[in-house]
Design a protein around this ligand. Sequence first.
Ligand code: UD1
Length: 420
Amino acid sequence: MDKFVIKGGVKLKGELSASGSKNAVLPIMVASLLSCGKSVIRNVPDVEDVRYMIKVLEYLKAKVDFNNHTLVIEVPEKLNFKAPYDLVRKMRASYYVMGALLGRCNKVDVSLPGGCAIGERPVDLHIKGFEHLGCKITLEHGYIKARTRKLKGSDMFLEGSKGPSVGATINVMMAASLAGGKTVIRGSAIEPEVGDVAHFLNAMGAKITGIDTSIIAIEGVEKLHPVDFSVIPDRIEGATLLTAAAITGGELYLKNCNPNHMSSVLEKFREIGHNVKTDNKTVYLKAVKNLNPVEINVLPYPFFPTDMQAQFTSLLSLVNGMSVITENIFEKRYMHVPELARMGADISIDGNKAIIRGVKKLLGAPTMASDLRASAALVLAALAAKGESEVKRIYHIDRGYESIEKKLRKIGAQIRRAEE
Ligand code: UD1
């Protein structure tokens, strides 16, 4: 297992490019199964989750080549329709195979994904959506089994008690693309990654309208065809790199990003006091000294994303005054807090709220990553801390950040990978 060794206290300055979006490419890779033939997907981040999804696709009988941020996926006529426990348990995004395989084979057996480090993650909305499309769903021996003669378009309300679901919207959209008749998803998620999957499906010949709105309509088609498609930039990776500049008092030009996708996060940087400018595909952030505490409400897009909550917990732990974060998506997503406390942060958790009292400095310490974004938060804290820190179990960060240590070194960070 690898760890990062980080010497903190260096102001990070320079220019970086955002990679392609992990959360868009994972469902897009699965969506490529909806047609036979060879699809090409570009601007793909070289991260462990992508490499794992390649294994999932290969298990289902696709041939995959990954080189130079480009995936070539060749899909045969006949696919395997079963995704076993060992395949699904390691990466939740593998549940996207449900929608794609239902579209292609009218049947699918997927092992229930189970819990994960950031709390309970139910799949009831996915099941509700497939039932609306005419599937019979049973739960047998830990597997969700879905069967249908032919998927039928349907008008459904898909929002849950916590708001819209990114996963369920994408899953239903994929299956509905090959259903007979029209499907309307009301209460659909409007995250940019959902939009990117919809654009990918349309490029394959699907008829999806209402993209980026909460009512998506899908006119089912008989067949889809392979495509050549480029994935949107990763708004979460981009915002994490900007946070690295902010927390160290530095300055960053972030290129090849989409500032519109990051607007709630950029607004919080501004509220804290940092200088933020944007143009078409670039964000410029220059950190300032006098900072203000802020309140953050984590909610579905376009509001502040759950995937930036941990990184902002680190950032705000060095902002004088009291900041409050309310996590409304995954209530228990605060595994990074005890680790930050070991570096001197003053944070208390009250239900789904983190109350952060800014401290003057953090002190380097050995820490342990618990999930993807929590590990990014620990790296950020270590970059700002006095002295040396270690972040162990960085396989979590490798799941979703492409060569983060190389990117950070490029802007001056003293960070190296070592064996644990
Ligand atoms: C969520 C995030 C997404 C992020 C990803 C990885 C939101 C809305 N979604 O997507 O931005 O990239 O995690 O961290 O911020 N839910 C149900 N029943 C279901 C499905 C979901 O109750 O069948 C609930 C979830 O528990 C959660 C909320 O709905 O509270 C949103 O879940 P969902 O968007 O589906 O989660 P992901 O697709 O994993």
